[in-house]
Design a protein around this ligand. Structure first.
Ligand SMILES: [Zn+2]
Length: 93
């Protein structure tokens, strides 16, 4: 047999479409072959992109939410402040 080289099992990365040895993939027990469907460099890129996207989404969501509740929160805070001031004044007498 001439096939003496290491017969390493390769898997095609779902992102870059390149066949790579299993050692080039992160372990993922849920997947076939027990490894991730993306190779390590692709997985890192994907994770980074997702985090950044989520972060931006979260920031925008927070800003939009604050815009929506700002007036209500400020009004309530002022109301409470006024009420406390009044209450203090009343209890003094
Ligand atoms: Zn890849």
């Amino acid at each position: 047999m001439g096939n003496t080289g290491t017969t390493e099992i390769t898997k095609t990365c779902s992102s870059c479409k390149k066949p790579k040895p299993l050692s080039e993939f992160f372990k993922a027990t849920k997947e076939i072959f027990g490894v991730d469907c993306y190779c390590k460099p692709c997985r890192k890129k994907i994770n980074k992109r997702r985090v950044r996207k989520n972060y931006k989404y979260y920031q925008e969501y927070k800003a939009a939410y604050w815009q929506k509740v700002k007036d209500v929160v400020n009004a309530k805070a002022r109301e409470r402040y006024e009420r406390n001031k009044k209450k203090k004044g009343e209890s003094r007498t």
